[in-house]
Write a protein that binds this ligand. Structure first.
Ligand SMILES: Cc1cc2nc3c(=O)[nH]c(=O)nc-3n(C[C@H](O)[C@H](O)[C@H](O)COP(=O)(O)OP(=O)(O)OC[C@H]3O[C@@H](n4cnc5c(N)ncnc54)[C@H](O)[C@@H]3O)c2cc1C
Length: 381
């Protein structure tokens, strides 16, 4: 496989810290988290203590002030935690629900909600998707109406990761239905307020994270909980999606690489018709094709990270990478489950779990078609 994305001594040291956390805290409990249907909230504090939850955030709020390459290193390691649901829950905390608050939030809001999120004392969720609006983000209906110094929120969200665990949500709501793309706002919504409830959903994969539907009924939060300017929520959310998508590429490829390695070992050990499966040309050719796909996807992802680090607008490349990496991960999982035969279909096998988990990559965080829709526009169609 291609070498590590970033290989300075500082990156290597940080990689070792994350690897130790993955090996000691996550992998041994991976199936326990699946059975719980969620991640252990106490581990957020451990990650906070290790500095994993605010890598590129301002040290004034407890972050480490590092560039995005460290985020890539962290998710390369977390992608090998043998639990895609857990990795996604962590991604929500670091790269889905908090970037807007860090970038646009008021000082007071950052002190109240970002500092504890970076410390792992509060868990977060990002609440955008609704029962009638997923890909069409501008079609959301959850409404925040101004009443004095408060927003009164009514509506519902669905498929929300960390639904049961979150202490606060980064909510996208309609604040002015007549203002088009200027009619949305991002609002920090604590989940312990009257008027909030959730129902958990049962998923076919990604069992280590809790996913649910959220309901808001006359829920009141201060106007001061608005992230950035009122009416800029749609634009801020579009920016926030970029980091989520790039993390998705990095972590899914790391998981696929792990699966490829495990599958190679499996084919070396599994004997059929008097010889190891790995000695059959079909096996070798397919494994080589997968390796090539993975190498190409890693290089594309590396280019995105480099653009992100250098401050260039990486939107187009990240969109292409999200599309490509999702498809590569699905292909790797599909081919690898096949090499495992019946064992691949067992819940205990990495290949089986990867098969269902990888399916999400082409749906969540913007579907393949959403990526193609955006790219078609960008490329002048
Ligand atoms: C496990 C899981 C966790 C999730 N976590 C979160 C979360 O934490 N927060 C959150 O806000 N959301 C979350 N989501 C929601 C996710 O982002 C949406 O499911 C996704 O954006 C797709 O929206 P949708 O489900 O409404 O599908 P739809 O938008 O209804 O899409 C249906 C189909 O139409 C296709 N389509 C879309 N656009 C086009 C187009 N232009 N042309 C042709 N076809 C198109 C889609 O690709 C898809 O095949 C999660 C979803 C899952 C499954």
């Amino acid at each position: 496989m291609a070498g590590d994305l970033y290989a300075t001594p500082e990156h290597a040291q940080f990689r070792e810290t994350v690897r130790k956390f993955v090996v000691e805290e996550l992998r041994p409990r991976a199936r326990e988290f699946d059975a719980m249907g969620r991640f252990d909230k106490a581990l957020y504090r451990k990650m906070g203590d290790l500095g994993m939850l605010g890598l590129r955030y301002d040290p004034a709020y407890g972050g480490s002030g590092l560039d995005w390459s460290y985020t890539a290193v962290m998710f390369e390691e977390l992608g090998r935690s043998d639990n895609a649901g857990v990795t996604m829950g962590i991604c929500v905390q670091t790269d889905m629900a908090t970037p807007s608050l860090h970038e646009f939030g008021s000082e007071a809001l950052k002190r109240q909600y970002l500092v504890p999120a970076i410390a792992g004392e509060m868990v977060t969720a990002i609440a955008v998707t609704e029962p009638d609006a997923g890909s069409d983000v501008a079609g959301i209906k959850t409404r925040a109406v101004r009443d004095g110094n408060e927003w009164v929120i009514n509506g519902s969200k669905t498929y929300i990761t960390n639904a049961a665990t979150a202490d606060w949500l980064c909510l996208l709501a309609v604040t002015d239905p007549k203002a088009g793309y200027g009619g949305f706002s991002q609002i920090v919504v604590p989940t312990n307020l009257p008027g909030f409830r959730y129902d958990l959903l049962e998923k076919i994969g990604n069992w280590g994270s809790d996913t649910g539907q959220l309901f808001f009924e006359d829920l009141r939060v201060p106007l001061a909980n608005t992230i950035g300017e009122v009416g800029r929520g749609f634009q801020q959310q579009m920016m926030q999606f970029q980091d989520e998508r790039l993390v998705g590429c990095v972590s899914s490829l790391a998981g696929s690489e792990q699966l490829w390695e495990e599958t190679k070992k499996w084919t070396e050990q599994r004997v059929l018709f008097g010889k190891p499966l790995s000695k059959m040309q079909n096996t070798q050719f397919k494994m080589v094709e997968l390796w090539t796909d993975l190498a190409a996807a890693k290089e594309l992802t590396r280019a995105c990270v480099e653009q992100r680090v250098s401050g260039v607008d990486a939107t187009r490349l990240i969109t292409a990478a999200k599309l490509f990496c999702g498809r590569v991960s699905r292909r790797v999982a599909d081919e690898c489950i096949q090499f495992h035969g019946g064992y691949g279909y067992m819940k205990e096998s990495l290949a089986g779990r990867a098969f269902v988990d990888s399916r999400l990559i082409s749906i969540g965080g913007g579907s393949d078609e959403t990526m193609m829709h955006y790219l078609a526009k960008q490329l002048g169609f």
